[in-house]
Design a protein around this ligand. Sequence first.
Ligand code: FES
Length: 124
Amino acid sequence: MPAGSARAPRIQDMSDTSYYRHHIFFCLNQRANGEACCADHRAQEAFDHCKAAVKAAGLAGAGGVRVNKAGCLDRCAGGPVAVVYPEAVWYQFVDAADIDEIVERHLQKGEVVERLRLPAHIGR
Ligand code: FES
């Protein structure tokens, strides 16, 4: 279908057809050259904790939440990091309690956890 066609679906029109309500991606990247990376900050442990918490809360699956692994998200200086879509809210976290708060407030209630937001200027 040609771009700009009146029949082409627009992104904002597709929100009610999304398979998952939220997607959360955790960077699990490991670097061997000594540069900063999320794997050096227990990212795998946080990912595993999030998967278990989402499942325990009954949020996993179609219409709910999908927890996914990701490679480098290019925001390494703030690591470990995760990003929640469709809101595109970036988080940095320290421990399991932080992950629990993201699950309970953002993934369950739809509230952004402001205290864990990754500052906008943080990159690689
Ligand atoms: S290593 Fe995690 S964002 Fe780059």
